[in-house]
Write a protein that binds this ligand. Structure first.
Ligand code: FUL
Length: 645
């Protein structure tokens, strides 16, 4: 410490000598550590501090019960008679969010603003007699409520005749230009990665392959254009040329921890996305019973924001233009829990004593001063930097939050936290080990079990480690066990996880109307495995290395069948995941009626249960055909349910 202080005084004096007339405050300041590695832009710093915001999927799919429209849907369907953008924005804001991103155009190519780029737009709808503009209403409501507004503009366009050819680029660039010119500040623009495949394409109804997306869309040009129009706008995606990227799952968690905001020589931040409702990104009839519980939302938050990524949480308006009440209820409870979690930091103003300090301005007390800009750094030659934190009175907590001063780069590779319990140090966050990582398994709900008791790896903008059992103490010790350069830690907080409101529990999927498979027999391909699709166990499945193929069910009695549910394979693989289907019914097992056929969109990124309703009809037999599959000629079904009575 002595030599450190001496060095600091020398620095200050030499600064005075060099600057001559330097103002007196410089004497009380010291030079911070030098920046390390790629640095975030000011926009990226601000964006990371937003933490979470809303996604809003709302368009023609809202009216067709689909996730991916084909491109031939009639704009005549769009008529949200009770749409009130302000009410939606206020709901988000009350929950503690600070921005929203709206799907101005999804893959079906329908533009929800009066664009000059295509006829397939809002002016052709009955809503407000063709004079409406959803983008305008959201943008204005956001501006009025001091809420950030962003936009999603799907690069893939299944409506445009020119898609896949050079002609589409003029259309697409025009759309970007309109959205970034006419609607005020856009905090983030989202370039989805889904691209190419079959579609309407102006009537061609064919498959189109664009090859390399980065080449086809010319993202280098797109990025340049956006920087010119709105330099503060965060660009998401764009083949890695933007400012932020996908955290690797549509379940809302960062797939892997440690999480480095660095790709090559560039700072690139992460965003995890998920819909609040298990049914998907767009609103679907009867989705109320499929909302994620507030407890699950908290686990999602802890494994996205808690790992250093941002979280974008989708709430979809229904056909009237209103948010689903069940979604809103879950959001409100989770929002309240999050506020309570962050409201009380037991380490605030606690005494902090470090093994060393880099300089006077980077003393240990900066960790507990509630100032995100100030930070503690140890001396350069301190290879085992620790800080002891002493609270005024013992506190009980189960979440530890740390933040790095990311303006100087991301540095910390691993850390450890010990608590003084019963007269000895007890490790409550073990340090992450070199070459290891915490990867959440990409399996349905299973991954939620893996959220607590993680190790200490990267910190970045922030990291939260959630302990499965609370700790009570008045003394803690933080050790930075590995760091790429002198650590710069801005905050150390001790938080306590609130319990969910009991009234919100039990929102799990209602099983109303599901026919019980007792005594049923199966036929068709791989008939001996068909029962595995009806055993309520997503780990076992009906599968066959063949597509198209099908299985047949004899329910032994006639029922009125009103629909079915299909759960794609949940083992993290996509080979043979059924992506197109046909569902047939029969009363005698000989004459079959096609009750439904179509596409299951977006399974690759979000393999959630797909529920299809049919016109209720009498049937003793059903056949489920897998007519197309992802990644290879195979078919599979993890779980299947038949609805009826
Ligand atoms: C995906 C899309 O394909 C989904 O439909 C949704 O928009 C999601 C946010 O991104 O990749």
């Amino acid at each position: 410490m002595g030599s450190m202080f001496g060095r600091h005084i020398i620095k200050a004096i030499s600064a005075l000598v060099v600057c001559g007339t330097a103002s007196a405050w410089w004497i009380f300041d010291s030079e911070p550590p030098k920046p390390y590695g790629p640095l975030p832009t000011e926009q990226q710093v601000k964006w990371l501090r937003m933490e979470w915001y809303a996604f809003v999927h709302f368009g023609l799919n809202t009216y067709t019960d689909r996730e991916w429209g084909y491109g031939d849907e009639s704009p005549g369907l769009f008529n949200p008679s009770e749409f009130n953008a302000e009410e939606i924005v206020k709901t988000f804001k009350d929950a503690g969010m600070n921005g929203m991103i709206y799907t101005a155009k999804h893959h079906d190519g329908f533009c929800t603003w009066p664009t000059e780029s295509t006829e397939h737009n809002i002016t052709k709808t009955p809503w407000k007699e063709g004079k409406g503009d959803v983008v305008r209403e959201f943008a204005d409501a956001c501006q009025k409520h001091d809420f950030s507004f962003g936009t999603y503009l799907s690069p893939w366009d299944r409506n445009c005749a020119e898609y896949g050819r050079a002609g589409y680029l003029d259309v697409y660039y025009k759309q970007i230009q309109e959205l970034l010119t006419n609607y005020g500040p856009i905090f983030e623009i989202w370039f989805d990665g889904a691209m190419g495949g079959d579609g309407y394409y102006g009537g061609a109804r064919q498959g189109r392959n664009i090859g390399n997306a980065d080449n086809y869309y010319n993202y280098a040009h797109v990025v340049k254009m956006i920087r010119g129009l709105q330099p503060d706008c965060i660009i998401w995606g764009a083949a890695g040329r933007g400012d932020a990227t996908w955290a690797g799952s549509e379940q809302g968690y960062a797939r892997s921890y440690p999480l480095w905001n660095v790709r090559g020589d560039k700072w690139l931040s992460w965003e995890a996305d998920t819909p609040i409702n298990h049914r998907g990104w767009f609103w679907h009839p009867g989705q109320g019973s499929h909302v994620k519980s507030p407890e699950d939302l908290m686990k999602i938050y802890m494994s996205s924001v808690g790992r250093g990524a941002n979280l974008i949480l989708n709430l979809a308006p229904n056909r009237n233009g209103k948010l689903d009440p069940a979604d809103v209820a879950a959001l409100q409870v989770f929002g309240k829990m999050r506020k309570e979690l962050l409201a009380n930091d037991y380490a605030l103003d606690a005494k902090a004593a470090a093994s060393s300090e880099y300089g006077y301005s980077n003393s240990a007390d900066k960790l507990t001063d509630d100032d995100i800009e100030s930070f503690w750094s140890p001396a350069e030659d301190d290879k085992n930097p620790t800080v002891e934190i002493t609270l005024e009175t013992p506190a009980t907590f189960d979440v530890i939050r740390l933040r790095e001063q990311i303006r100087l780069g991301q540095r910390v590779e691993a850390f450890q936290v010990d608590a003084w319990v019963d007269g000895a140090w007890k490790t409550i966050v073990a340090p992450g080990q070199p070459g290891q990582s915490e990867d959440l398994p990409p399996r349905g709900k299973e991954w939620l079990k893996h959220v607590q008791d993680g190790r200490g790896y990267t910190i970045g903008n922030q990291v939260m480690r959630w302990l499965s059992s609370p700790v009570t103490t008045d003394k803690l010790r933080l050790t930075i066990t590995r760091s790429k350069a002198v650590p710069c830690i801005s905050e150390f907080s001790l938080l306590s996880m609130p319990k969910a409101d009991a009234r919100q529990e039990g929102t799990a999927a209602a099983e109303e109307g599901v026919l019980k498979p007792a005594g049923w027999t199966y036929g068709g391909f791989a008939a001996e495995k068909a029962a595995l699709a009806f055993d309520n166990n997503p780990d076992t499945k009906w599968e066959i290395e063949r597509c198209p193929s099908h299985f047949r069910v004899d329910m032994k009695h006639e029922h009125t069948v009103s629909g079915f549910a299909y759960l794609p394979r949940q083992d993290g693989r996509t080979h043979g995941m059924t992506s197109r289907y046909r569902f047939e019914t029969s009363t005698d097992g000989n004459n079959w009626t096609i009750a439904a056929e179509g596409e299951f969109g977006n399974l690759r990124a979000n393999p959630v249960e797909q529920i299809i309703s049919i016109t209720p009809q009498k049937a003793r037999y059903i056949r489920f055909f897998s007519t197309a599959a992802l990644d290879g000629k195979a078919s599979s079904v993890a779980e299947f349910r038949i609805y009826g009575k």
